[in-house]
Design a binder for this molecule. Structure first.
Ligand SMILES: Cc1cc2nc3c(=O)[nH]c(=O)nc-3n(C[C@H](O)[C@H](O)[C@H](O)COP(=O)(O)O)c2cc1C
Length: 150
């Protein structure tokens, strides 16, 4: 894992049933508390109801004079991407999701014990490939990358 300063600015929670069912209930309760509509409730429950193996990657920046918080956040993002790639290389399907519950500080605190500056960087879903989905449009490299300075 890229980890400037060896700060370990992340922690992982590996989730299966029945934890996922608990998370779905927590998401529903939080949506109701926020006076969310049925769509918000369904979206909040959805990924936990459907998931089988989920790794919650918590960005957990550490106090440092040398390594800015920004780099520590990027380290958590890199961890997520490495996890997706490692799962794919081993023949699994994997997807990086967040969704409103992951972005809601109250849910993150209740569900994953996030405190202080901790945030959910990703909920990495890992499973069988099933029917491979049709691919999404990919970025036009010529638009997002340039050779040399403008
Ligand atoms: C931080 C982050 C959060 C994401 N959250 C969601 C999400 O909540 N729902 C979703 O459908 N895709 C989400 N995505 C997108 C998917 O993880 C994935 O990038 C997209 O489906 C394309 O995957 P592919 O390039 O393997 O086809 C998120 C991506 C990132 C980087």
């Amino acid at each position: 894992m890229p980890d400037h300063g060896k700060l370990e600015p992340w922690r992982l929670i590996i989730l299966q049933h029945p934890d996922l069912a608990r998370l779905a209930d927590l998401a529903e309760a939080r949506a109701r508390e926020m006076v969310g509509d049925e769509q918000k409730i369904a979206k909040g429950r959805g990924q936990f109801d459907l998931g089988h193996l989920v790794v919650a990657v918590i960005s957990s920046p550490k106090p440092s004079d040398k390594v800015p918080e920004w780099e520590q956040r990027l380290s958590a993002g890199a961890l997520c991407m490495n996890l997706v790639n490692a799962a794919a290389a081993a023949g699994w399907g994997a997807q990086w999701l967040t969704g409103w519950p992951a972005l809601d500080a109250t849910f993150a605190a209740r569900a994953f014990g996030c405190t202080g500056a901790e945030q959910v960087a990703g909920l990495i879903h890992i499973g069988g490939m099933g029917n491979p989905a049709t691919d999404r449009p990919r970025p036009d490299l010529a638009r997002v990358a340039q050779w040399g300075l403008a």
